[in-house]
Design a protein around this ligand. Sequence first.
Ligand code: ADP
Ligand code: MG
Length: 234
Amino acid sequence: MPTEIGSPDAAAALETRHLSRRAGERVLVSDVSMQVSAGEILAIVGPSGAGKSSFLRLLNRLDEPTSGTVLLNSRDFRSIAPRELRRRIGMSMQTAYLFPGTVAANIAFGPRQRGEILSCAQVDSLLERVGLPGFAARDVSNLSGGEAQRVALARTLANEPEVLLLDEPTSALDETSVRGIEDLILTIVRERQMTCVIVTHNRAQAIRLADKTMVMEAGRSVTIGPTSEVLRVG
Ligand SMILES: Nc1ncnc2c1ncn2[C@@H]1O[C@H](COP(=O)(O)OP(=O)(O)O)[C@@H](O)[C@H]1O
Ligand SMILES: [Mg+2]
């Protein structure tokens, strides 16, 4: 296996090595090797059906690779219990899958599964972080799309993940909400030196957010590098 050399940086926070997944005859993800450092945002772009979501789902083991693997801080993810892995690698989807009830109950859900009770102050502070102060007691059925997406982000952040996986988090939102969520993502990643992988069909969004961009086609990574080079900005 080729080793990346020449970089004086610390080891990648998240790395894939020859990551692949087939479903029957179908190749969903094919031999994808990439690295993202802490504090870095990687955008994944490519046509619909290219395997972007399939790739993302492999990263926190929602789906099982058929070959290749993922390293989290240089550690093979197969040696990390799936539940622990999904706490450390949080995911937010295109549609905010909130369950019926209050905003607070949704945010406290992850920690509660691990036997940790979030205090009201902790819930409030997470809500402030995502720009929804005072929303704790609101019923999720009354939220706008942008608000629901923020709650979904707060719920993911409640688990204090090291890696944030975002699958087209703004594609269902209007332009104003899109910019708000983008600012939020940038702030969160900078503040916590998190590692972020965001799937987007929007090149302008990749340019606004991502340090690195990977282009996927037919399950493969066809290009990966600095966003400005990959998307030929300027
Ligand atoms: N579990 C599955 N079994 C078979 N085919 C699948 C499965 N999941 C996704 N696909 C197919 O794999 C391809 C890649 O899908 P997906 O990862 O959702 O692409 P993208 O997110 O880039 O639009 C698509 O053609 C999709 O229909
Ligand atoms: Mg997709």
